[in-house]
Design a protein around this ligand. Structure first.
Ligand SMILES: [Zn+2]
Length: 241
């Protein structure tokens, strides 16, 4: 295992309090993490900051050139900083597959992470990101029944990546090597271009620590057709499977 530098943290294991494996953490979670067990993966980036207030977040999003409308709290129960996109994010259009407006509501902090992810997507010639949903009021995690990131507008189920060539790369049909429990990253040497693109953009987001929970088709049957990318503003670990 490489020696962790100041900005390079390795260690992964089972977080007893959150009951899921964790990869990378800093600050107060380090000691907790040292007690954890499991295989290691090194991440090279510090987790980007999360704005503390809605006003600050909306201002940052405006500063990033994203057009959006604020959503009244009463229309998005459970979402702390709700908004609806009114234009692309960093040159990438983002829309719900079924075009149900409510599924497109998102927390401003997730929107900022999409801004940060957009350069990776653009480098891969992605101009559109079609998702199954972001906001699902009252959504719970399937096994443990906890409040899902979707209930908070902090998770996106990325399904189809539209390229500037008109081609569409679909997690359902294009993600190769779906070995259950296999590490989704890094890149395989023998995969077709669409799979390479999918894995590339997802793993760049992981490397940049943009999301706290990343669940791919390797995780379980429920994720055979999308990648769940969730921001948990209150934690500094990353869980990838
Ligand atoms: Zn999801």
């Amino acid at each position: 295992m490489p020696r962790p530098g100041p900005f390079v943290l390795a260690l992964a294991g089972l977080c007893a309090s959150c009951a899921i494996p964790i990869i990378g953490a800093h600050g107060a979670e380090r000691a907790h993490e040292r007690r954890s067990r499991g295989s290691a993966l090194t991440l090279h980036a510090e987790r980007p900051d999360v704005p503390a207030t809605a006003e600050r977040c909306y201002a940052e999003l405006e500063g990033a050139g994203v057009r959006f409308q604020r959503v009244a709290a009463g229309r998005a129960h459970g979402v702390q900083m709700p908004l609806q996109l009114a234009g692309p994010v960093g040159g990438v259009a983002v829309w719900p597959r079924g075009r149900k407006a409510i599924h497109g509501i998102l927390d401003c902090r997730l929107a900022l992470r999409l801004v940060s992810w957009a350069p990776s997507l653009r480098r891969a010639r992605v101009t559109g990101l079609e998702h199954y949903s972001i906001y699902r009021p009252g959504a719970r995690t399937p096994r443990r029944g906890r409040v899902s990131g979707h209930a908070r507008g902090l998770a996106i189920d990325a399904a189809r990546f539209h390229l500037e060539s008109g081609e569409v790369v679909d997690v359902l049909s294009d993600w190769e090597d779906r070995g259950r429990g296999d590490a989704p990253c890094p890149q395989r040497s023998d995969e077709a271009a669409p799979s390479r693109l999918l894995r590339g953009v997802v793993c760049e987001a992981v490397e940049q620590r943009l999301f706290s929970v990343v669940l791919t088709p390797h995780h379980d049957r429920a994720h055979h057709n999308h990648v769940h990318l969730e921001l948990k503003p209150e934690v500094s670990w990353t869980y990838v499977r």
